[in-house]
Design a protein around this ligand. Structure first.
Ligand SMILES: *Cc1c(COP(=O)(O)O)cnc(C)c1O
Length: 361
């Protein structure tokens, strides 16, 4: 979870709109009808703050997912009564840790199933566990060959699940193939609640919803394809101008002196850099924004700062200390991700730890 700066003298500000996250959850819930809409808050709620996000969802969400046991332990501290599933299950010897913190492992391999069952046997208790099937992604879950192992047959999971590899492309035939295998494998456990869809799977339609869906990124405002914009963006990122400089024609900017002024220019040094999650590849085509006006990035992005072009902004309209926008109304997160050849998930989870964080509610 890292350090939380609040109202610090920082030059960067990350604003997380918690009511937008709750509205997105309500919107997704409506889309899936009777299915339960859980919340995935792994990786510090995709960099936005697990504590704040999970607490704000706690009024309407009964079931949370994290990736690792340690994330589950942290979440348990402020969600004493919720169901917490751990997607990775546990490593050998960690069964006791799971129970101590009231965590439900997702069992992903025969090894995990066997260890869990013998642990439960020793304790004389039937502790809850979920079971994951590999329906095609070859990442987590037991394969169809392993379904008839004695350890699996005797298991009474509280949830069976699988994960889609291509759900962001609705026309990809891998989706239907995974759905078919999931139906087949889950039929071995009649009556046990089933879950297949993460965010993009929700938009594939009702046949993918089953008894539970597990959105992460859609809660934070990103969804695949044409559904974009129907969800509310939850993230705004701003940075402050540290200096305004006037360059002569021929002056150069930044590491490697890669940018050379073709005319007299006005340039702002802004206090945000790659240590804050602004990818160095953003140097080439990136821009920051001020009230609808584009401020192109000039030269290479440094660890703690970058330079933007103010030449075409009316003189005197910006000064040292003013805020400019990095992610927000003028530059959507997925737009920014595309411009550096990645996805919104990676930008969010790369955001650094030294922002002043504001939680709007
Ligand atoms: C991360 C993850 C999710 C959430 O995925 P989103 O695409 O962010 O909705 C759901 N299920 C599993 C197994 C995951 O690893």
């Amino acid at each position: 979870m890292g350090v939380r700066y609040s109202c610090k003298q920082t030059s960067t500000r990350l604003t997380v709109n918690l009511s937008a996250i709750r509205e997105n959850h309500a919107d997704l819930s409506r889309r899936v009808g009777k299915a339960e809409c859980a919340a995935v808050v792994k990786a510090d709620a995709y960099g936005l703050g697990m504590r704040e996000v999970a607490s704000s969802l706690a009024g309407s969400v009964q079931t949370f997912f994290v990736a690792q046991p340690e994330e589950g332990r942290q979440l348990r501290v402020f969600l004493p009564d919720k169901r917490i599933f751990v997607l990775h299950g546990f490593l050998p010897g960690q069964s006791e840790f799971m129970i101590r913190h009231g965590l439900i492992p997702v069992l992903n391999s025969l090894q995990q199933v066997r260890e869990w069952r013998s642990f439960c046997q020793r304790e004389g208790r039937n502790y809850p566990a979920a079971l994951q099937f590999d329906t095609g992604m070859s990442r987590f879950g037991i394969s169809s060959d392993e379904m008839h192992d004695d350890a699996v047959i005797g298991l009474k999971p509280v949830l069976v699940l699988s994960h889609l590899a291509c759900a962001d492309i609705s026309s990809d035939c891998a989706n239907q193939e995974q759905l078919r295998r999931f139906l087949e494998m889950s039929s071995v456990f009649p009556g046990v609640p089933r879950s297949l869809a993460a965010s993009s799977g929700i938009f594939l339609g009702e046949s993918y919803h089953f008894e539970m869906v597990r959105p992460g990124i859609a809660l934070y405002g990103l969804a695949p394809g044409k559904e974009e914009g129907q969800l509310r963006s939850a993230v705004t990122l701003d940075a402050r101008i540290l200096q305004i400089r006037h360059l002569k024609q021929g002056d150069r900017i930044g590491y490697g002196l890669t940018y050379r002024a073709k005319r007299p220019m006005c340039v702002a040094t802004v206090g945000i850099g790659y240590a804050d999650g602004i990818f160095r590849s953003f140097s080439e085509s990136g821009a920051l924004w001020i009230k609808g006006r584009r401020l192109p990035v000039l030269g290479r992005i440094s660890m703690d700062s970058l330079s933007v072009d103010l030449t075409d902004i009316p003189a005197g309209s910006l000064k040292e200390g003013d805020w400019v926008n990095v992610i927000g109304d003028d530059q959507a997160l997925d737009q920014m991700a595309k411009s550096v050849g990645t996805i919104g998930y990676e930008i969010l989870t790369s955001l650094g730890d030294r922002f002043d964080r504001l939680y709007q509610d």
